[in-house]
Design a protein around this ligand. Structure first.
Ligand code: NAD
Length: 308
């Protein structure tokens, strides 16, 4: 019997905890965490993502603000705006929605964000801290939201400490998902393999895995027969496929129907990793706010909880 991991429910529990902590923080310090989201251009998918982030932020008591820029904006203007937000003490988290138009270098924009406000965890300083961890991340480290959400789902199934010594395969080596995911698994003592577009014998690699995180962006790439009985599968992929009748639906990187009944647990798409990503963004905003207040000598107590 396969457990279908309910990412919506687990994310709702996390958001409820964040809402309670935000309320405590506001009561204690008078400071409300603020998340500033910058969106460049008119991409409908990006607009939908940032609207969800803004709405979810509001629901947990975080002051989420969206600032939009034309798709023709120059890199210097965007970087200058980020510098203003870095200097604004009322702003605790800054997120630039990706992708950016070709005239703007993503690396220049991500490196312009103050590491302490980098709630996506993509700044090289935060990425470097994650890559050099010798144990679970500390509370003040801003870890990329999707991999952290995946880790929380894995801990939900395997228990805290349940990753120790497990053979984990990460499919995909992007800086947004695959690499930080591998670093987090390693920090939790899993035995980690990363596979990518140039890897050989993917099916064999998958069969060996007790934990599989698929972050590729290829619908149904991972077949049921590739999965070992008892594996825990986290499917990060979001792929829209169109049927002949013109309708469309979202599917993951794993052939879900084939995996059911074979593996121990699997996340669905949608309703698995996606809601966790947004919840972890809100948690990072709260962490960034707390770290800032602690640096100012205010509200320095971290609530006791999981550091994963
Ligand atoms: P990416 O395109 O940056 O990276 C894809 C990776 O897959 C690359 O490292 C590439 O080497 C690897 N790859 C490509 N073809 C492969 C193959 N045939 N076999 C093995 N590896 C292969 O993508 P990304 O930003 O890492 O995102 C991956 C997927 O996750 C996408 O579907 C994206 O939409 C989704 N995503 C979901 C969330 C979420 O919150 N649920 C967040 C981020 C990304």
């Amino acid at each position: 019997m396969t457990r279908v991991i309910d990412g919506r429910a687990i994310a709702a529990t996390l958001r409820a905890r964040i809402a309670a902590e935000v309320a405590d923080l506001v009561a204690e310090t008078g400071v409300r965490p603020r998340l500033h989201v910058l969106l460049v251009g008119e991409d409908p998918a990006s607009l939908a993502y940032v609207r969800t982030k803004e709405k979810m932020a509001r629901e947990v008591g975080i002051d989420g603000r969206l600032e939009r820029f034309p798709g023709t904006i120059g890199e210097a203007r965007l970087v200058a705006r980020i510098a203003e937000l870095n200097a604004d003490p009322a702003v605790h988290g800054i997120l630039v929605q990706l992708p950016l138009p070709p005239q703007v270098r993503t690396s220049a924009v991500l490196e312009a964000i103050a590491p302490g406000k980098d709630v996506d965890g993509f700044h090289p300083l935060n990425a470097g801290r994650l890559a050099t961890l010798s144990g679970p991340p500390p509370e003040d480290l801003l870890v990329p939201c999707t991999p952290r959400g995946c880790l929380l789902l894995l801990e939900e199934v395997l228990g805290r400490g349940g990753l120790c010594g497990k053979r984990a395969l990460v499919l995909g080596r992007s800086t947004i998902v695959g690499r930080p995911m591998a670093a987090l698994l390693l920090a939790h003592d899993a035995t980690v393999t990363i596979a990518h577009s140039k890897s050989r014998e993917l099916a064999e690699e998958c069969r060996r895995a007790e934990i599989l995180v698929a972050a590729v962006g290829r619908p149904g790439l991972v077949r049921g027969a590739w999965l070992s009985a008892g594996a825990v599968v986290v499917d990060v992929g979001i792929n829209r496929i169109r049927a002949a009748d013109g309708t469309s639906r979202l599917v993951g990187d794993v052939a879900f129907a084939e995996a059911l009944g074979r593996v121990a647990a699997i996340t669905p798409v949608p309703g698995g990793v996606g809601p966790m990503t947004v919840a972890c963004l809100l948690d990072n905003t709260l962490r960034a706010c707390r770290a800032r207040l602690a640096a100012e000598g205010r509200g320095s107590r971290w609530p006791r909880r999981s550091s994963s």
